[in-house]
Design a protein around this ligand. Structure first.
Ligand SMILES: [Zn+2]
Length: 241
């Protein structure tokens, strides 16, 4: 998902790095050298280990978002049989997709990110999310609100092949962001959550969201398209506090 509204908040929020300072120097150095992660993605605790011994592991559609490294994020999502869109299984995938997207306050999410290798994406950009941004930024980024949209088996056509580059994040690459060039305007068509044909022509930030989520259905992540020199940890400022 494209994290539009939260990037700047995340950068300013203060949390964990201070706790490292409380450890004696050798231990701290050890942590710094052996730690392979650099985000808030959950690590398995002893309690979780015990829980997993007793309870079955979760199964897709997950209530969480799969993280980069998970092979599902690199696989091609399969088409959904249009006759099955109304089925309880597909409706559950769509419901979960929307619920997870809203819980994480991200503006788009694709089925592979919740462990389901199907061509389904959801996007939503509320007025409240936009109100977090100063007016100048709204215009520069082409932010515009739109209601919840679900696409099954979507196809995208480029309407304006000029590009713009802005910071983009992804819930599957938690804790990072980078500038990614995206086409200015696209048309997306497919079926909605009721199996009805829908087409949407859009530009600016909504077009960016659509391109980002479409990439997920093809096993592509923004890190494949980013300007790598702009790749950043969203909490890099906290490290210096
Ligand atoms: Zn994403």
């Amino acid at each position: 998902p494209v994290i539009a509204s939260r990037l700047f908040h995340l950068a300013l929020r203060s949390s964990s790095p201070k706790s490292l300072l409380m450890f004696p120097q050798p231990y701290r150095a050890c942590v710094a050298h052996t730690r392979l992660h650099s985000s808030h993605v959950k690590q398995r605790s002893y309690w979780q280990y015990l829980k997993r011994k007793v309870l079955k592991p979760p199964s897709p559609p997950y209530q969480h978002v799969c993280q980069v490294g998970d092979p599902i994020l690199r696989s091609m999502a399969s088409e959904v049989d249009p006759a099955k869109i109304a089925s309880p299984e597909i409706q559950r995938v769509i419901r979960t997709l929307v619920a997870v997207m809203r819980r994480l306050e991200c503006v788009g999410l694709s089925a592979p990110q919740i462990g389901v290798p199907l061509q389904i994406l959801a996007a939503e950009f509320t007025e409240r999310m936009i109100s977090d941004h100063p007016q100048g930024m709204r215009e520069a980024k082409g932010l515009s609100a739109f209601p919840l949209r679900v696409f099954v088996n979507p196809r995208v056509r480029v309407l304006d092949s000029r590009t713009s580059s802005f910071l983009e994040g992804c819930e599957s690459i938690s804790g990072f962001s980078a500038c990614v060039p995206r086409y200015l305007s696209v048309e997306i068509s497919g079926l909605n959550e009721r199996g009805e044909p829908v087409t949407w022509k859009t530009s600016g930030w909504p077009a960016r969201i659509i391109q980002h989520e479409m990439d997920h259905l093809n096993g592509v992540l923004y890190i494949d398209k980013m300007d790598s020199k702009t790749f950043n940890n969203v909490a890099w400022m906290e490290a210096n506090e």
